[in-house]
Write a protein that binds this ligand. Sequence first.
Ligand SMILES: NC(=O)c1ccc[n+]([C@@H]2O[C@H](COP(=O)([O-])OP(=O)(O)OC[C@H]3O[C@@H](n4cnc5c(N)ncnc54)[C@H](O)[C@@H]3O)[C@@H](O)[C@H]2O)c1
Length: 350
Amino acid sequence: MAQDTILGVGIIGGGGIAQGVHIPGYQKLSNVKVIGVSDPFEGARAACKTKFGIENVYADFEEMLANPEIQAVSVTTPNFLHAEATIKALRAGKHVLCEKPLAMNAEEGQAMVDAARETGNKLMCGYNYRFTPEVQTLKKFAEAGEFGDMYFARTIAMRRRGIPGWGMFISKEKNGGGPLIDIGVHMLDSTMHVMGFPKPVKVFGQTFQKFGKRSDVTGLMGQWDYKNFTVEDFAAAQILFENGASLHLESSFVAEQEEADKMSFQVFGDKGGLSYNPLKMHTEKYGTLLDITPAYLPKNVQSHHKEIESFVDSVINDKPVYTPGEQALEITKIIDAIYKSGETGEAVTL
Ligand SMILES: NC(=O)c1ccc[n+]([C@@H]2O[C@H](COP(=O)([O-])OP(=O)(O)OC[C@H]3O[C@@H](n4cnc5c(N)ncnc54)[C@H](O)[C@@H]3O)[C@@H](O)[C@H]2O)c1
């Protein structure tokens, strides 16, 4: 695209994440215009029109995709529509920023990546944690070799009473799974990003459903419909990579722990270790053990907005996207394998 043109953007799915971050994120940028929003829900269309002044609203996203003023779209629908909306958008000639997780399963994810390759359009996945100053700092130090050989990681996305009381997050059919595919994917992606995205080769996982189907459990994120809870409420996994490293992952919507919400990871290397939340690095120099805390990182950074800025920059300046569909597909393959392993009790070779 010519660098002085305005990028026309469409939004497929005008709900929470679209109104909360995608639309305001695009509208902050002087080289972008949000041309249209599609949503079958009248309330979402009306809100997008009145709150954000978006002129064109559509009940059917395919009608919106026919608008030639739109060159790029955000797919912000529930998970079960990510693949269909993304593939149709790519084939309609649009670049796509698809919310996480990339897809419900690896088969869908592969079809999305294939469609991007075949059409030559960009496919980015909304793993926004990569854009936090903390993860960016750790990535810089890791790339410079400060931690040496990073051989083990511990990754946590654990809520105490965090089953969402809205949306489709408790439906296996519509969301693909529970905390693992909803929040576990964020921390898994950031950990693997910092580790240089090693290739996963074997996965052993377990899933549990101990609280979600009960009527007597407090909801700190609204009260969900326990009768229709069909996903896991806790998952754990061990992931082995081709380079010999491994990663232990834990993810919950409900667990008996002190913190309401803990998103964190640690990576252990033979020259140093790192931790995200709290942000720390650990090493030894001249016979002295050191704990290093980065200081004066930028505050109040909206990582979703950074992600949107990065997507727009990639499209306008024809650069590779920072969170590529191919890597998001690897995450989806791991998630599939954890669910499969949880069912069979066997490790899954990828
Ligand atoms: N990166 C993050 O931090 C983050 C946070 C929240 C949600 N998400 C992801 O964003 C996606 C949406 O989540 P949400 O919380 O906004 O859900 P939501 O339910 O608030 O919004 C989804 C919207 O999609 C609309 N929709 C349904 N079918 C559609 C169709 N055929 N065409 C167009 N729109 C359609 C719904 O009517 C709804 O308004 C999910 O994939 C979720 O995983 C990401």
